[in-house]
Design a protein around this ligand. Structure first.
Ligand code: F6P
Length: 323
């Protein structure tokens, strides 16, 4: 079957570069004489028939903007096969013959469900968490890391002025990637991640050691999924004699916003082009991802069947460099 109309949607937590990616999908499709529709508010909009026509001008001026013009939503109900069938009905009613889904791990599961029902889908990994199997890096991770670095650099200024220690909580759900990389690029004394248990006493010893060595500040990066949460860690450290007093900063959703970095803009363009070309080449039920320097596709079944965890080699590196 020759595809004449495709749709594109952004799903799950927004991540910087989604707009640039929508633009790339739309313009690649238009250059192959396809018609393109946007699905508003992710799987919720898909089930409720919220489609808009997208032309070249509709995606003009969005390349550098954070967020997503198509908006996004959490819609756990999509796990229900009745919702999935309703989505198929809406896609058919709008004459859509292929769908590009830009989103995170949960979004790829939705994509796999549609694929299993026989609908042509291609996924694009986009999530600041970098917890998606099948791509070295997901869209938005680089920008989020830059945002975190800027925030921690500022926190270090005030930490040094007061000889304080800051416990900084980063996002990442159950994956410590974002925290671990932040720890390395910001020179944290210690990084706590879900993949590596650590006792509060060991953290206290590292902080105390930093104090004795004459450091005027200490930065502890804590991933949101770590077994010792930021607030609990502060409570414990307050009771131990480390030399520093502690403050907690939860970076929260600022990590998801902002203009995409140069790296993310380029990745968005490459993913967007590859996704449409993959659909047109007749490949279905796959996600495009970055493997080494190349964009390659991997079956969604594979993507969804694996959990991506932070690489503990970076943990070792972070500890070593914190001396
Ligand atoms: O998946 C991206 C993410 O920002 C996670 O890091 C975080 O746990 C979650 O989304 C927060 O979700 P919400 O914005 O729906 O509260």
């Amino acid at each position: 079957m020759t595809i004449k109309t495709i749709a594109v949607m952004t799903s799950g937590g927004d991540s910087p570069g989604m707009n640039a990616c929508v633009r790339a999908v739309v313009r690649t499709a238009l250059s192959s004489d396809l018609r393109v529709k946007g699905v508003k508010r992710a799987y919720y909009g898909l089930v409720h028939g919220d489609f808009v026509d997208l032309g070249a001008r509709d995606v003009g001026g969005i390349l550098q903007r954070g967020g997503t013009i198509l908006q996004t939503a959490r819609f756990p109900d999509f796990a229900d096969p009745r919702q999935q069938r309703e989505a198929l009905r809406q896609l058919n009613a709008h004459d859509v013959e292929g769908l590009v889904i830009i989103g995170g791990e949960g979004s790829m599961k939705g994509a796999l469900a549609l694929h299993k029902l026989g609908f042509p889908v291609v996924g694009i990994p986009a999530s600041i968490d970098n917890d998606i199997y099948g791509t070295h890096v997901a869209l938005g991770v680089d920008t989020a890391l830059n945002t975190i670095a800027e925030a921690i650099d500022k926190l270090r200024d005030t930490a040094s002025s007061h000889q304080r220690a800051f416990i900084v909580e980063t996002m990442g759900r159950q994956c410590g990637y974002l925290a671990l990389m932040s720890g390395i690029i910001c020179g944290a004394e210690m990084t706590l991640i879900p993949e590596q248990e650590i006792a509060a006493e060991e953290v206290a010893a590292a902080v105390s050691d930093a104090y004795v060595r004459g450091k005027t500040h200490a930065i502890l990066v804590v991933a949101e999924g770590a077994s010792l949460a930021a607030a609990a860690l502060k409570e414990k450290l307050d009771e131990m004699n480390t030399g520093f007093s502690f403050r907690v900063t939860i970076l929260g959703h600022i990590q998801r916003g902002g203009r995409p970095s140069a790296y993310d803009r380029l990745l968005a363009a490459r993913f967007g082009v590859a996704a449409v070309e993959t659909l047109l080449a007749g490949e279905r039920g796959v996600m495009v991802g970055l493997q080494g320097r190349e964009i390659e596709s991997l079956e969604l079944e594979q993507v969804c069947g694996h959990q991506r965890r932070a690489n503990l080699e970076y943990y070792r590196m972070a500890r070593m460099l914190a001396k």
